[in-house]
Design a protein. Structure first.
Lengths: 942, 499
């Protein structure tokens, strides 16, 4: 982050594909020119040494930049160059020489000029003065007047293993091991102390006196050699722990007699120390520094330094205050300051890829020009028009509550599903939750994907409601070719314990359309009922019974259920029995004399699928090709109480779940409290007795596990109850529909009000949402007066009991029974089944015979609905015993407790029922059997 | 060229992968080459290194199972847990709060996003969106991800098998041990082994190395033993004054919820290291956490005296000026950020708002246009929300409505947008819709008083006095000085007492 950028004065790329490290740049008057101007020396790892003399000239559009004649010298040396430095390295000369460090060699060169006739005729020559070969791989070197000699620079080479070798110009002096060296660090010479300072692998600065190093030799071996294997341990003069690896060290002295300071650049901090190893100041960097250079001292005792960072910026610090930050184009590996023609204090930086830049600090902003956003010619009338159009569209859409795509586009992918006509042989049903003696069948569905164009990566998901399951849930299709539709086979079977709620399975495929939009194609599979039920012998008695009326004489059931005749085949087709796999038996009976059908089952929810199937098949059977004159209606009493039992059982589970989770939460917080106490006990310095807290912890833990199990169990049974409620609701809705002969629109409203989908969520359960929607209906469409229409919705919370929802459902049924409509604007429903006159008659009859017997089929026996509801609830328990006023032609009785064989005439049946009430407590089985027309129905179940 | 030299050079040029490769080759030739072993260790560490000072992610478990708190109910102005109890906190009516209930900061740092939930249950139930997400414990989350990252870098299995390491042997060798420690701590993220090594190493150097004490403290901190960490740091501080020690010490005190002590320590550090920006901004951050904006801004200004390129300081000062009705000044700061090269959707959004409130209308829309083109998924909803505000300001209700809808389309947890939509619907006379919007808003962010008050006022008009009373009470809880809510509450109480 910087406001300004470093202004480019002169720059060039050094070589091609060459690498440079720190140390590969040196700025000095290497040719000892009389003008005292600095030259730039670079040496690459590829072994090429170059000397530049930048001399840009000012032009109209800035500086002229790099020119070929700026290169003074280019020489390819046989070995990689690790470091270049300029110093007085040759004996008998006080000129600057160039020391070049190779991996195994140290060479000193002199750069000399051969003057030519003109400026560019000048020639520069590199002459080797002397060289030392090194025994160990070198890392870096430092130089200085070791031993306080005057006017000479000696060289100290540090090798990769931390050995320092001192060369007194042409002669080798000695080698020493630095203690504890592992990886070498930067090393510098402090002239005032005649010491070396280096950063060791223990991440501390160590200062070694030259004298100590020189005398620390074994007296036995006089001979000094570089290839020594052991040596005396030398001790450092002082050390300072910086706690990080040092990147670079500089020793500075800007004024005579001022104390020298040692500046250390670490990986995260900059340290400034006195020459005796005391911290003067430090500065924590907020970016990763790559190199630095102290260049001057402006204030007394202070130091100014440049820091280059890996974030491509160059910062100027005065002590620890940031004075300037400039943006660079490169990450500098090394930074130097030099004096060139016309310009003093030029900052020279070198990147590791060989970008050499000479720059100065200026107030040119770091010209960051934000890219212009998509600029187009603004055409205001067009824009206005487009805007108006869009606004109109938005308005239209906003008015619609649900956003529905108006035009259905043809899908790129189509799913077609074909159900096999026969069940699988053998069945592929696996992982069953229950056992069935006959084995659970499965059916295979062929799913065909047809594409209009080539589609790839299609993910197909097969979903079917519990308890049904499919052999494949998801599968991937890598591609579908328009010419070759892809085919897959999926088997469906009943896996779970509950009763199936629907026989529809959904197949959806996700794919990316040709235009790049994600799309979903959906296909539906209608599974046959024979997948979930098997034919068994009809059962005479059952807990729940339903009677359906029709306007045609009953059909032969065997004709209707040709595929499910089973053992009943060959009979007269008046009674059929089906058993759910792992579930109850449903019996269908067709009356011989009257136009009625009866369905009975031990479970209310079990009636649903079969009832639906019967209604559907009967409609198909009779309406085949003719006018739709056939109709089925339901005229007996709605099984309200039975349905309410289902609601209660589901609600009971919800309550239970709530209780369990409350308890679980309470135990969990207890557990945490104990944990916390134990923790403090354990952390206490003085051990204290645990005071049985551990036992308590253990006990609470067990309780937690137990409760969690209980929650799990409850969830499972709640799912089952929800499933039953789902079936029950569907049946109930169907019955209401048949009862009131609803239109499709009305049925849709009903289906949405008393929704068959039972969510498993604890927060927003079925009871309260159904209650809310039924209340809404009662307050809006079903409201009689404006008084009822006040809307004051209650918050959706779990109710305390189910009284309210039951009351509201009953009230709704009552209003529907009175002819109310669920869709506004329709005339009062007069088609509520069974003519009112007939009902009236019956009602009178009943009241004549007995006050205690409730009239059967209708709840509107009284005009005062409120009391009716109350009375109904009051008599709920009785109803089951007494409410079977309608009897059946074939003599199947409605009441399991009574098992009453009734005569053909319903009215007589009533009378009969009254009289025989007591003696009929024992079912008259023989009588039953006589009346039965089914093939050998044996009343086993009783 | 010597391969080890090349590897070392790559390391210094931050080409860690190349460095690791060369070291691996060297180690294959000579498995006992300590130099290349150390270099590889350091290169692997540097690949995943994050400065521990900057990492402060407080997990839910740490926050709630915290047994280090001095007092359960702290005195006003001495705790970070209940900010705003001291003097000078900005009112939520002026400075909006983040999704977690803290006043907006100008700069997002770890830990500024999450509030402090009261109980474990509440913490777990808080919706875990991108705006409020907080790891369950700080031992998981980012640290686990780091662990997996380190597995990736060494596909052949771990470079060092910690289980088979003889720590005592390594601890005695300071030149190996420090790099090894950093490797275990940062790369392997194995705090227990790191602690063991540090304990042995500090023993073997006769407790004379401050560095090892700081590392011990780092381990203790991660293990949640803050008092032990404090002890180690204090001992290290006696040996050597280093900035990092002060920073770590303050981090410990912040975790112990002793912000005032932390500030004291920072100030002691500043006496030693004058003008150290990390210390100064540390103080400012604590003041900001305590809602003491005046002091926070004062220290941020000090930071700028020493480092005028400090983005955090500039951003925080700009935010402060903006919310104290000086959009022109804020604009200057934000413009500086732009000149410095910050180029993102958030900045343009702020610039746009400043321009709007400073009545430089010509720039407002262009700024927002840029903000929209630059904003990332998480911030685009905020940009739309602010455009909605501008639309409200110029009275274009349709545009405002559409902007708020777009806000919700991008982030359907945006409670402020729900609230504003509610107000717009209310103006149109759609009471039911307005009610639904208000309810959605206050359920999403219970600490936002506006939605409570709006719903209370609406319910009062509709005659649902009970709801109105409850909502007004919640509004007063969220913002005790809100005059209108208090007024409404008084009225309702009066009304109820008449009944």
């Amino acid at each position: 982050m910087s406001l300004f950028k470093a202004r480019d004065w002169w720059s060039t790329s050094v070589g091609e594909a060459e690498e440079f490290g720190s140390g590969c740049l040196c700025v000095a008057n290497i040719d000892n020119g009389s003008d005292g101007l600095d030259k730039i020396v670079t040496g690459s790892y590829q072994g090429i040494l170059r000397v530049y003399n930048p001399r840009p000239t000012k032009q109209e559009d800035g500086w002229s930049g790099y020119r070929p004649e700026d290169v003074l010298l280019e020489s390819s040396l046989p070995n990689p160059i690790l470091q270049v430095e300029a110093g007085v390295f040759a004996s008998g000369s006080d000129l600057l020489h160039l020391a070049v460090l190779h991996s195994r060699k140290l060479a000193v060169y002199s750069v000399s000029v051969m003057p030519g006739a003109v400026d560019h005729g000048r020639q520069y020559q590199l002459k080797k003065t002397y060289e030392h070969s090194l025994q160990r791989a070198a890392f870096n070197f430092c130089y200085g007047p070791f031993g306080s000699v005057r006017g000479k620079d000696f060289i100290c080479v540090q090798s990769m293993d931390g050995t320092v070798s001192i060369f007194e110009q042409e002669s080798f002096s000695f080698s020493r091991f630095l203690p504890g060296a592992l990886l070498p660090g930067p090393i510098k010479y402090i002239p005032k102390l005649d010491s070396f300072v280096t950063a060791s692998s223990s991440w501390q600065l160590e200062c070694y006196k030259y004298q100590v190093l020189a005398v620390a030799t074994d007296s036995k071996t006089k001979e000094e050699s570089q290839s020594m294997k052991s040596g005396k341990r030398v001790n450092y003069d002082w050390c300072f722990n910086i706690g990080e690896q040092a990147v670079d060290i500089f020793v500075t002295q800007f004024q005579q007699n001022a104390p020298q300071t040692i500046l250390v650049l670490g990986e995260k901090n900059i340290f400034c120390l006195t020459e005796t190893g005391k911290l003067k100041f430090m500065k924590k960097m907020e970016c990763d520094p790559s190199c630095f250079l102290p260049y001057a001292s402006v204030s007394d005792g202070g130091v100014n330094y440049l820091v280059g960072s890996h974030t491509k910026s160059l910062m100027v610090y005065q002590d620890c205050t940031l004075k300037w930050a400039a943006k660079l184009d490169i990450v500098p590996m090394q930074v130097c300051v030099g004096t060139f023609s016309d310009l003093k204090g030029v900052i020279v930086t070198l990147s590791d890829a060989g970008r050499l830049e000479c720059s100065y600090l200026g107030t040119d902003p770091a010209l960051f020009i934000p890219p212009t956003t998509d600029a187009r010619e603004l055409n205001y009338p067009d824009m206005d028009r487009e805007m108006a159009m869009l606004q109109k569209k938005i308005k239209q859409l906003a008015n619609k509550s649900a956003i529905v795509p108006s035009v259905k586009q043809e899908d790129d992918l189509q799913i077609s599903c074909q159900v096999n006509s026969s069940l699988d042989e053998p069945s592929v049903a696996v992982d069953m939750e229950y056992e069935d003696a006959d084995g659970v069948p499965s059916i295979t569905v062929r799913i065909q994907l047809k594409a209009r164009l080539l589609l790839e990566n299609i993910k197909v998901i097969v979903h079917v409601d519990y308890p049904l399951a499919s052999s494949l849930q998801t599968f991937d299709v890598s591609d579908v070719d328009p010419s070759r539709p892809s085919e897959h086979f999926v088997s469906f079977f009943v896996q779970g314990r509950g009763l199936p709620t629907t026989l529809t399975a959904n197949v959806s495929a996700n794919y990316i359309s040709a235009s790049g939009a994600p799309r979903v194609a959906v296909g539906r599979v209608k599974l046959p009922i024979k997948l979930v039920v098997k034919p068994v012998l009809p059962v005479k008695n059952a807990e729940f019974k339903l009677t359906l009326d029709s306007n045609k004489p009953p059909a032969n059931l065997l004709e209707i259920f040709t595929d499910l005749a089973g053992e009943n085949a060959g009979g007269q087709g008046a009674a059929l029995g089906f058993q759910y796999f792992g579930g109850p038996i449903v019996t269908i009976l067709a009356s011989k004399t009257s136009q009625r059908y009866r369905l009975q089952c031990d479970k209310l929810e079990g009636l649903w699928l079969v009832t639906k199937e019967v209604v559907g098949r009967l409609n198909n059977h009779f309406n085949k090709g003719k006018t739709a004159a056939y109709s089925i209606y339901f005229s007996s009493q709605l099984p309200l109480q039975e349905y309410f039992d289902l609601i209660d059982s589901h609600f009971e589970h919800r309550l239970n779940a709530k209780r369990c989770s409350e308890m679980l939460a309470q135990r969990a917080s207890q557990f945490r409290a104990i944990q916390r106490r134990l923790l403090t006990r354990f952390k206490d310095k003085t051990p204290a007795p645990l005071g049985n807290l551990d036992t308590l912890l253990e006990g609470t833990y067990r309780q937690l596990l137990h409760l969690a199990d209980a929650v799990e169990d409850n969830n499972k049974s709640q799912d089952l109850a929800a499933n039953s409620l789902n079936c029950g609701t569907r049946l109930f809705n169907l019955l209401i529909r048949l009862w009131t002969s609803m239109s499709d629109d009305e049925f849709k409203v009903l289906q949405q009000t008393i929704a068959p989908i039972v969510p498993s969520s604890q927060e927003q359960g079925w009871e309260e949402s159904v209650d809310a929607s039924v209340t809404h209906l009662l307050r809006t469409t079903l409201a009689k007066s404006a008084k009822d229409q006040t809307l004051n919705p209650q918050p959706l919370q779990m109710p305390e009991d189910t009284t309210k929802v039951k009351k509201h459902i009953a009230l709704m049924c009552d209003k529907l029974g009175k002819g109310a409509r669920l869709v506004e604007g329709m005339p009062t429903n007069t088609a509520v089944n069974m003519a009112p006159s007939q009902r009236k008659e019956k009602k009178n009859k009943i009241s004549a015979t007995s006050k205690t017997v409730m009239e059967n089929g209708h709840i509107d026996t009284s005009d005062d609905t409120e009391t009716l509801i109350g009375s109904q609830f009051g008599k709920q328990k009785h109803k089951r015993k007494e409410a079977d006023s309608l009897s059946y032609p074939n003599g199947m009785s409605e009441l399991p407790a009574l098992g009453l064989p009734v005569e053909n005439q319903p009215d007589e049946g009533l009378e009969f029922h009254k009289k025989k009430q007591i003696e009929a407590m024992v079912p008259d089985l023989d009588d039953m059997a006589d009346h039965m027309e089914g093939p050998g129905l044996v009343p086993l179940e009783d | 060229m010597d391969p080890l030299f090349l590897a070392y050079s790559y390391f210094r040029r931050r080409k860690y992968q190349e460095c690791v490769e060369i070291c691996s080759q060297l180690l294959e030739k000579n498995p006992y080459d300590q130099a290349s072993w150390t270099l590889k260790t350091r290169a692997l560490t540097a690949q995943v290194y994050v400065d521990e000072v900057d990492v402060d992610e407080e997990g839910i478990a740490e926050m709630l199972m915290d047994d280090n708190a001095i007092a359960q109910v702290s005195r006003p102005g001495t705790s970070l847990k209940v900010p705003g109890t001291g003097v000078g906190g900005p009112s939520p009516g002026v400075r909006p709060t983040s999704q977690s209930g803290r006043p907006l900061s100008g700069f997002v740092r770890p830990g500024t996003q999450g509030g402090r939930p009261g109980t474990m249950e509440q913490a777990i139930r808080t919706p875990r969106t991108a705006h409020t997400a907080r790891p369950v414990t700080s031992a998981s989350g980012r640290y686990v991800r780091l662990g997996t990252a380190s597995m990736l870098s060494t596909p052949d299995g771990p470079f060092i098998n910690l289980a088979r390491l003889n720590f005592a042997k390594y601890a005695a060798r300071p030149n190996l041990a420090k790099a090894l420690f950093e490797y275990i701590f940062h790369h392997e993220n194995d705090v227990r082994n790191a602690l063991e090594l540090a304990a042995l190493a500090t023993e073997s150097c006769q407790y004379n190395d401050w560095w090892w004490k700081v590392q011990l403290a780092k381990c203790y901190y991660k293990l949640g033993m803050y008092r032990d960490a404090e002890k180690q740091l204090k001992s290290a501080q006696k040996q050597q004054d280093i900035i990092d020690i002060y920073l770590y010490l303050c981090k410990v005190y912040v975790r112990l919820d002793q912000p005032l002590t932390a500030i004291d320590i920072f100030k002691q550090g500043l006496e030693k290291f004058q003008g150290e920006t990390t210390l100064l901004s540390g103080i400012a951050r604590i003041y900001e956490g305590m809602n003491d904006m005046e002091n926070a801004v004062k220290f941020y200004k000090d930071v700028l005296n020493f480092d005028s390129m400090h983005v955090e300081a500039i951003a925080c000062i700009a935010t402060h000026h903006f919310y104290t009705d000086q959009p022109e000044v804020a604009l200057k700061f934000y413009r500086r950020l732009l000149q410095m090269g910050v180029y993102n959707g958030e900045l343009f959004n702020n610039l746009g708002l400043c321009c709007f409130y400073a009545q430089q209308y010509d720039m407002t829309l262009t700024c927002f246009e840029r903000a929209l083109s630059l904003a990332e998924e998480q911030t685009i909803s905020e940009v739309w929300f602010n455009i909605g505000h501008v639309a409200l300001g110029i009275g274009d209700m349709t545009l405002a409505y559409q902007c708020f809808r777009l806000t919700l389309a991008n982030n359907n947890d945006h409670a402020e947008a729900y609230n504003n939509l509610g107000v717009l619907e209310l103006r149109k006379g759609h009471l039911d819709l307005a009610r639904a919007f208000f309810q959605a808003a206050y359920i999403l962010t219970p600490h936002m008083y506006e939605a409570h008050y709006n719903w209370a006022a609406l319910a009062d008009q509709m005659g649902d006095l009970q709801s109105s009373y409850n909502a007004a009470k919640r509004a007063v809880d969220a913002f005790p000085d809100h005059v209108d809510s208090k007024e409404l509450l008084k009225q309702l109480k009066h009304h109820f007492s008449l009944l």
